[in-house]
Design a protein around this ligand. Structure first.
Ligand code: SAM
Length: 346
């Protein structure tokens, strides 16, 4: 029987087209954040993790399908040996691909100049600027490394966003210090609603700090001026780049305007699933079409045994069946995803 032709793009049954691939390059991490891993757990065996050449092959297929943005995440990307060479290869091979990185910032020091040269934008995960609180959340006393690298990234002019997981009773008091970074520097500081992920999640109704209340808390310090979608003037680039975040400029009581933005990512209270354009690849070689959906499509062994065309077919089939994550969240009784965020990549 003749094989069906591959589609030109990866479009799902809700009319959404994938333009954005996120790869978790490793599940290994040198931090052990309580909201991500409830305890120190064994990492996935090395042979089960996709090789960098294999990840590159998946990127090639995705680019052929019209993907133009790639985020590398983890685990901690720099915890994997050879990660910088992988990034350099990607840049050489796909010069037009927008390259993004999500990192905890602890291992960046030797690589900052290279990141700048490669034009990689960085999302830095930082939930507190208080050393003890940081150590309590991440189980590691490493805040000074992160703040040093943050300062150097600002000096080098690396495009930067800061993401904090908003947890009631944990880092509410950290909002003014974190948001002040957007006041003083051209960075967006975004609070992400805590998502009920993983079997062993510490998520609870009590620890969930909804976006509406985060906004209220910010308003006790600044006047918030919403960034319009019209894409005018200085905000135009940011609007295109903001992804699912809602953004505001901050204004102090004496009239000073922030250089960056304050943002909210309302993954739980107000989903952005209707415009989701993402496809995820886990560290152990499974495609996931939705963060909240446990259905996975194994492609590691397919790639090894049958080659790229068979993988391209699975990509098309997976995306065709991509669900609406908000429906999964609405129907949930407990946490939504069995796999840990460190293997999915956030
Ligand atoms: N190690 C890197 C880092 O720290 O940025 C990348 C991996 S980490 C899993 C990716 C993102 O997922 C981080 O911004 C983290 O804060 C976020 N994350 C993990 N678990 C979460 C949860 N339950 N709810 C919301 N965000 C979560």
């Amino acid at each position: 029987m003749e094989k069906k032709a591959l589609p030109r793009e990866l479009t799902d049954s809700h009319g959404r087209t994938v333009r954005y691939l996120r790869i978790s390059v490793t599940d290994r991490c040198n931090l052990c954040c309580r909201y991500c891993r409830t305890r120190e757990v064994p990492f996935i065996e090395h042979e089960k993790i996709l090789r960098f050449e294999e990840m590159e092959e998946i990127v090639r297929l995705a680019v052929n399908f019209g993907v133009h943005k790639l985020r590398l995440t983890g685990g901690e990307p720099f915890a994997r040996k050879g990660f910088m060479s992988f990034l350099k290869n990607l840049r050489l091979r796909f010069p037009r691909l927008a390259l993004r990185l999500t990192t905890n910032g602890t291992l960046l020091a030797p690589y900052l100049e290279d990141l700048k040269e490669l034009g990689v934008s960085v999302n830095l995960s930082l939930d507190s600027l208080d050393r003890e609180k940081f150590a309590a959340i991440t189980r590691r006393d490493m805040l000074p490394l992160v703040t040093d690298n943050l300062r150097r990234m600002l000096e080098l002019g690396i495009p930067l966003k800061i993401n904090a997981v908003a947890m009631r009773g944990v880092n509410e008091a950290d909002l003014p210090a974190l948001a002040s970074l957007a006041m003083e520097h051209p960075v967006d500081v975004r609070f992400i609603e805590f998502m009920p992920m993983g079997d062993e999640s510490i998520w609870s109704n009590d620890s969930f700090w909804p976006a509406a209340q985060i906004l209220e808390a910010a308003r006790t310090h600044w006047r918030l001026e919403a960034v319009r979608d019209s894409g005018e003037s200085a905000d135009a680039a940011t609007v295109q780049e903001r992804g699912p975040a809602r953004l505001w400029k901050l204004r102090t009581p004496d009239g000073r305007l922030s250089r960056g933005h304050f943002g909210l990512i309302t993954s739980v209270s107000q989903s952005f699933c209707h415009s989701c354009n993402r496809l995820r690849l886990t560290a152990d070689g499974h495609l996931r079409t939705c963060l909240f959906d446990d259905r996975e499509y194994p492609i590691r062994d397919v790639l090894r045994k049958e080659g790229p065309e068979a993988v391209a077919r699975i990509m098309a089939e997976a995306v065709a069946g991509k669900p609406v994550g908000a429906d999964i969240l609405a129907a949930r009784r407990g946490p939504v995803a069995r796999k840990r965020m460190s293997a999915i990549g956030g």
